[in-house]
Design a protein around this ligand. Structure first.
Ligand code: C5P
Length: 288
């Protein structure tokens, strides 16, 4: 076995709170993250020498600016010399608040762990992943989790509720660092109640999940990109029970009461916006 293809699912933030600036320049967050089935597919093979990244998206950098490349470099530093080829089928939009790059990096770490028989534990992979990006440990863990610290202190939340979603990306990227910097100058007035969100997820109570969706970064990102307010309104008009920006944006997602409403909303949104995705909660074995 010298080639593996791994699904790399996107994540959304059902809540996102920023609770303080740290000495290392990062911020402590408290966020409930949830994997959805909008996936990149990452094929990793042990061939040649050096690290090569091939993708079907010309906007994605191939070299060390690519998180998948950096993941491979981290693993190589860990053990042995071999060439690595990474081929990425890119479906998750870039710079979108959906952790697409982090999920690709997590997929590379998991694939190399198996291909190279490294026998790394989750903790070892997460420590390695955190050096690449704050969201990589969650992407390795998957499912639904409360993320604290930089995003690496994770508590799994057993959530059986399958969310039916429409994601709308406006077609431009947002810099996470820029939004965090803007937030340092603003006062946060409304914060999410993560305890209530955990209870809502555990109860599978869609109405309560929707009622507790709050992202404190919305104000900063919306101030730069007012079009996001229109997207939020459009998703609501099309039947969303709750609508929120994911991460630092700019992707906005709506959760819908059932598949049919979500399908219809996807069709309507697709007529107005260029990048609209119909997604559901990610189930590991893909048995939809
Ligand atoms: O960890 P990652 O490289 O994805 O973060 C991108 C940028 O977002 C960081 O350089 C930092 O400015 C900011 N950030 C932060 N606090 C976090 C995560 C990210 O300030 N918990």
């Amino acid at each position: 076995m010298d080639e593996i293809t791994v699904a790399a699912p996107a994540k959304i933030n059902l809540t996102l709170d920023v609770v303080g600036l740290r000495n290392d320049g990062y911020h402590n967050i408290e966020s409930i993250m949830h994997q959805v089935d909008l996936c990149d597919y990452v094929t990793v093979s042990l061939v040649g020498d050096g690290i090569e990244v091939i993708t079907d998206n010309s906007e994605l950098p191939g070299g060390s600016a690519n998180l998948a490349f950096r993941a491979a470099r981290q693993v190589l530093a860990y053990r042995a010399k071999t060439g690595i080829r990474i081929s990425i089928e890119k479906n998750i939009p870039l710079g979108a608040g959906l952790a697409g790059g982090s999920s690709d990096a997590a997929a590379v770490i998991q694939a190399l762990n198996r291909l190279m028989d490294l026998d790394l534990s989750y903790e070892q992979m997460a420590a390695l992943g955190l050096e690449i990006g704050s969201d990589v440990p969650f992407c390795l863990m998957g499912g639904t989790a409360l993320a604290q610290g930089r995003g690496e202190i994770l508590t799994a939340i057993p959530a059986n509720q399958i969310l039916e979603l429409v994601l709308c990306n406006p077609g431009f990227e947002v810099s996470t660092a820029q939004i965090f910097a803007l937030m340092d100058r603003e006062e946060i007035t409304v914060r999410p109640d993560n305890r209530q969100m955990v209870l809502a997820l555990q109860a599978g109570d869609l109405g309560s999940i929707a009622d507790h969706m709050i992202n404190v970064m919305e104000q900063a990102t919306f101030s730069l990109h007012p079009v996001l307010g229109q997207i939020k309104a459009a998703l609501t008009e099309n039947g969303a029970r709750g609508v929120l920006m994911s991460g630092s944006g700019p992707t906005i997602f709506g959760i819908y009461p059932d598949r049919e409403t979500a399908d219809q909303a996807w069709q309507m949104m697709n007529k107005r916006y260029p990048r609209v995705y119909r997604a559901s909660s990610y189930r590991r074995n893909g048995d939809q």
